[in-house]
Write a protein that binds this ligand. Sequence first.
Ligand code: ZN
Length: 292
Amino acid sequence: MFLGGLGRSGTTLLERLLGELPGVVPLGEVVHLWARGVLADEPCGCGEPFGRCPFWREVGERAFGGWPSELAQRVLALRHRVDRTRRIPAVGHPDLAEYVNAYDRVYSAAMDVAGGTVVVDSSKHASLAFCLSAGGVSPRVVHVVRDPRAVAHSWRRTVARPEDGRPMTRWGAMRTSLHWSAQNLALDLLPRRGVQVIRVRYEDLLADPRTTLTALAAELGLDARLGFLDGTTASLGPAHTASGNPMRFAVGQVRLFHDDAWRGGLPPVQRAVVSGLTAPLMTKYGYRGAAA
Ligand SMILES: [Zn+2]
């Protein structure tokens, strides 16, 4: 299963919730595993450095006989050539098979090591979903959308990365709007390539987690055992996520709340920029007129 959407749209949260379902194995953002996990040895979601996490050690052993840095550098070079948003219409690149094979090996090994039935890659980027489907992996895609005004507000904020304390990337309203439109448009094009895409709105997930997760599990053919969910509180166990936003480290009782701080925090000019630039898709996803 592949979780798509622009960052700060709730993909990590959804991955953690799906990861509590029987047989589901959340891997985090596999697209960043090569640089942040293998090369930089950043912590896994379990808290151990990537190289010391028993889960990822075993996955690497099975998939590649270990995690040599040459492998990560090779995948990053391939990524640079084939996995880019502006190349989405032409994915017939000669390096595509080798690139997709690296992901396929990670997914298969992770499934075996965890003894699960579904692995979740929350890499988010539409371009990777295109590469995977063109390369024969054919993931089921869950497309998470969130009101672009909330997404823009989130990207403006200063947040420290738990991995190294450095600030996370910040974008202005215009840049966020363009990325939001590009990613969502690209994910909307996936069904034309025969990929099954299920769209989930962040706002619906947070308004009623149980109903949204039950419907999603039914569509995905998953066992919707939601014993970990009590109203708007989820009990989360540790997850071996290779990369992702800070929410991947949350363990224990986690309160699910709809973060709508943008309503008071996003200045009117920025709000107008976002609404103007993203208008067609806002209408399509039902965000038009929602207290604009
Ligand atoms: Zn781990």
